[in-house]
Design a protein around this ligand. Sequence first.
Ligand code: TEU
Length: 696
Amino acid sequence: MGTPRSRPAGGRHVASARTSDAGTASRRRRSSEPIPESSPLFTPHSTIAEIYAHPLGRDIIDRILYATGRSPLWLRPLLSMTLGTFGRLTRRVTGPGFVEALMSLLDSVPDRFPDDVVLVGGAPGAPEPAWWKEAVFYQIYPRSFQDSDGDGIGDLRGIVSRLDYLADLGVDCLWLSPIFDSPNEDMGYDVRDYRAVMPEMGTLADLDELIEGCHQRGMRIILDLVVNHTSVEHEWFQRALADPDGPYGDYYIMRPGTPDVPPNNWTSFFSGSAWRWFPEAERWALRLFAPGQIDLNWDNPAVRTEMADIVRWWLDRGIDGFRMDVTNYISKAEGLPDGNEFIGALMEFTGVEHYFYGPKLHPYLRELREAGFTRTREPRSTPRRRHDDGTLGDPLPPDPVGVMVGETPGIGIETGRLLTAGSRKEMDLAFVFDVLETPGKIRWDRYRYNPNYLKEYFIEYSSRVTSDDWIALFFDNHDNPRMLSKIGNGAEADAATRTAIGKLLATIQLTLRGSPFLFQGQEIGAANQAFTSIDDLRDIESLNRWEELLAAGKTPEKAWKELLAGTRDHARVPMRWDASGGFTTGTAWIEGREVSGGFSAAEQAIIPTSIFHWYKRLIALRRAEPTLIYGDVAFLHPQANDYFAYTRGGEWLVEMNLSDRSRRRPEFAGELETVVGTRDPATMAPYEATVSRIAG
Ligand code: TEU
């Protein structure tokens, strides 16, 4: 993957984008005089339709519909209702303060698209080319990828030893989950030193070798930057504890008080209160995650400067950008008000409305892009140019800006666009997580994921973006069970079914318009693990949830069923390099519970019809055919159940059967040359996928 290609032909965008300008909503208010600074954007007289025209308003309402498993059609009769009426009618359910919470949240972020970004009727022209739009990203969970020294923990030298495997697969950019020095309460997401490598994973010299090894193979490499919090053992926090009224005390969100009354009712993602009491400082400290993960105070310019300096230090060392952890949580609401109980129950975490899309998120991200990600010095190395046929050329000139990938839990399509639209100069990509479960479900629910939701989701998403936007396409990561198993729901125990679902997911991810993010093991059909007890698990989130469920009176059987459905450890078991494992010569820090043969890298490599070769072929095809990257998407038979099909730039036809049964294939008027898969003109096999060139 080299510098972005010249603007490809075509690229007419099919977006039927809508206006989403908060200004429009405010102009709909009862008066036409200019909006005084203090006056709210919305009042109880505002209608639901006006809220829905606001980017954040739309995402909040869509999220509520998604969380409650309701279709957007449910909204139609409510659109002309005023907020005041809605509040009165729903008060018994939402309780006091819901409408007020909604209005103040919308008011805190009256952000909108700048006038020069065309939103209505699709944007003219093709998307701006960029290497990260063309790249296939590959997320490595280093702890479980390859161990090189037999201590049972994956490490950097292990990754170096697998670079040829990754280059052969054809991926363009590696993303490493955290490797910085950490006590590992949350597997590296609790950073103790942002400029040191955790000893169990190696040294800075090993990392330099890995960066060089990537660049020599024409690949880029990004790291995982935990921007929202540090470890309690970080030097900054230790100084804050020693002198809470000193400069470092303001690096964190600390409040005086008494040990029995936390500053507000926010709850942690890892069970319990979001506050931790430090008697030695007589202070509460906010910790949205583990007790050892202390939230940074991004309202402090010194913290923002520290983070920008860390980014710059790594870019100079040759890193090509960062995936930033819970990026959207960095700006908290003024005064840290209590969370609304109804919203907290709906979103599973009390207080989330006060930080998931905070009042200064946009300016902080723009500042970080400018002060950190925009290069001012030559990096130690750059990736070699990768030609469309996969051969390598000379080193590329440095990318002017390191890629900014935001992990943004709770962000929807509209707020995601506000965070990543090219003209806004904030982030480049953001993960919108509403694809990971079907509406009304959460990660801990045991259910079969109906892949028709994938069709619905991507048709909706594609209809909402313009050529100024770009979608991050992902199904798996280190925080979620495997999508293959969610769809298989046990049927993946059959190797043919597992292979078909694996190929189906690969086809969607590698032929829709957006940047594919593969998670280690997807390319070999990795599935959920047959864990048998809590002793098999290692993740703090699961261990805390186990205790919380038992304390709440759930039987061990019921609690275990919930954990087995949602534990992040399904994705964190060691990569399977061969039939006997091949991850370590020692005892792995966590044991996989693979139950079927044929799905290790070595076994997949020698099966021509394997998932691995399917990924490899699609990745190569995507690189060789710019239309599969930038071409517009036109969906066929959007209403047909189980049949998911679209063309790309009018030149390619992608067809999939989303069901576990054979089905009739709809007619396609045109000559086809099937390039990936086998296409019977009349019938589609269960979970079948094909990619065909439209010959005429
Ligand atoms: O995860 C943040 C996030 O998305 C959480 O919702 C996460 O999914 C968790 O399961 C709570 O539900 C990021 C990292 O990806 C995750 O591994 C870390 O544990 C977390 O932040 C804290 O750093």
